[in-house]
Write a protein that binds this ligand. Structure first.
Ligand SMILES: *[C@@H]1O[C@H](CO)[C@@H](O)[C@H](O)[C@H]1NC(C)=O
Length: 157
């Protein structure tokens, strides 16, 4: 019994060291950056939104070219059976043509739209990144299901 406890303690310690600042399943970006996780299930945008919120985070924010490269590469390494398209935290659900980030409702000031996008085709209000094109597209939250990336702040203690 005590040997089992010792083993459990040992494994928990290892797990704590490995996961450092991020909860299980999340990977920390270099230099104390945020924690990220790919969800390998196909879901509507609204589901993806609340799944990230439930974990204490948000659907991934991409504010510049460096973020775009990092997130896309992160997704690429973990893509598995997921499609090239995946949800990110930008949308213009509140105000057509005015894209904001779920993280803090801030404006999308940097974007890498695929040519001809966003086109609001049949009222597309949510945004997916595309691994292959390394660019964004507006997509329909109620008729498209994709895998997605959640992001959160690392634990500060
Ligand atoms: C708008 O973009 C979608 C992809 O989200 C594409 O399938 C569609 O053909 C485009 N529509 C027009 C009118 O360009």
């Amino acid at each position: 019994m005590s040997r089992l406890l010792l083993l459990a303690f040992f494994l928990a310690t290892i797990a704590a060291i490995v996961s450092a600042e991020c909860p299980g399943g999340y990977t920390q970006r270099e230099n104390g950056g945020n924690c990220y996780k790919v969800w390998h299930d196909f879901h509507w945008y609204r589901y993806a939104m609340s799944a990230c919120e439930d974990e204490g985070g948000w659907l991934v924010t991409i504010r510049n070219a460096e973020d775009q490269a990092w997130v896309n590469n992160f997704y690429k390494q973990r893509q598995g059976h997921c499609h090239d398209d995946y949800w990110i935290g930008a949308n213009d659900l509140q105000d057509e043509g005015h894209f904001r980030w779920l993280q803090d409702n801030s404006d999308v000031t940097w974007a890498v739209w695929r040519w001809g996008e966003p086109n609001d085709s049949s009222g597309e209000d949510c945004v997916n990144n595309n691994l292959y094109w390394n660019a964004w597209n507006d997509a329909g939250y109620e008729w498209q299901t994709y895998c997605f990336v959640c992001e959160m702040f690392p634990k500060s203690c």
